[in-house]
Design a protein around this ligand. Structure first.
Ligand code: SAM
Length: 270
């Protein structure tokens, strides 16, 4: 039984970083006409009401929304404008935060496919409702295991995919399952773009040892390009002090855009 609820962390620094990466990759990938599959293996609830639960918002998105426009890169400005437009466009309620499924669904075109997996029995119905009016032409919303969906959903007919793998790592086998998901992706669709999020923790987790080298090894064995970027918020924080994104087949200029965004965010959110 899963106990992690993303509501308590929605809008934190890790979400700002991860959602910027997602926005940046999808913005680029949706420029090409060919249909795209977006697979979100760990979708969460999609929409989070801003309330007393998500206190981490203040030092993440709350801070980001307040930054002087002049200190932002063009991409960070576009990302912020996009997020701020969501309540204005009626996509999320005022005083709510968008999760990865909503960000993706609002960027996909009519011929793309949205495939969402969420196993938490409370969050799944919230997710279903959140994306109801936002569906790309083909939508799959499933209360099943997102790691397994990698095998089932790939390759899509048009052989283009972006996969966001964003577990809570509440179950320690998630580390191993992420590596397997990367292997399965490479086997089924070498050209798939994968964005894999991971936490940086101030405590020893045996299962996390050698995690990033193992991801890198998978890319190198397959001779595929990859990019790994970490974002440190507070080295001395208890628990999660930072996080990272491992990108397989990073889209054009993704590494440059993400590195620059990180340098800026590090100045103001850390
Ligand atoms: N991607 C979301 C976002 O950025 O807005 C946040 C996702 S949250 C970090 C991880 C979610 O994965 C939780 O809602 C949890 O219930 C769900 N989950 C955990 N294990 C899962 C699995 N094996 N398959 C699908 N969902 C899972």
């Amino acid at each position: 039984m899963l106990s992690y609820r993303h509501h308590y962390h929605a809008g934190n620094f890790a979400d700002v970083f991860k959602h910027f990466c997602l926005f940046s990759a999808l913005e680029y990938m949706t420029q090409k006409d060919k249909p795209l599959l977006y697979l979100d293996t760990h979708s969460g609830a999609g929409i989070y009401q801003l309330d007393e639960k998500n206190r981490e918002f203040a030092s993440g998105l709350g801070e980001f929304f307040q930054l002087d426009t002049q200190v932002l890169s063009e991409d960070l400005r576009n990302f912020r404008d996009f997020l701020l437009s969501l309540p204005q466009r009626g996509i999320i309620p005022i005083n709510a935060l968008a999760g990865s499924p909503i960000i993706a669904a609002s960027l996909l075109r009519d011929n793309d496919t949205l495939h969402l997996c969420e196993m938490h029995s409370t969050d799944f119905p919230i997710l279903e409702k959140a994306v109801k009016n936002l569906r790309a032409r083909r939508t799959v919303i499933s209360p099943t295991d997102g790691f397994d969906a990698v095998k089932a959903a790939l390759p899509p007919p048009a052989r283009r995919a972006l996969i966001l793998i964003d577990p809570s790592y509440e179950i320690k086998s998630d580390y191993k399952r992420c590596i397997n998901a990367l292997q399965n992706t490479i086997k089924r669709l070498r050209s798939a773009v994968v964005l894999l999020w991971y936490p940086l923790l101030n405590r020893k987790i045996t299962e996390a040892e050698g995690f990033i080298p193992a991801l890198i090894a998978e890319a190198e064995i397959a001779a595929l390009p990859y990019f790994n970027q970490t974002f440190i918020q507070d080295k001395n924080a208890d628990g999660m002090f930072g996080c990272g994104i491992f990108a397989l087949n990073p889209p054009y200029q993704f590494p440059e855009k993400v590195s620059l965004a990180c340098q800026i965010l590090h100045k103001y959110l850390a």
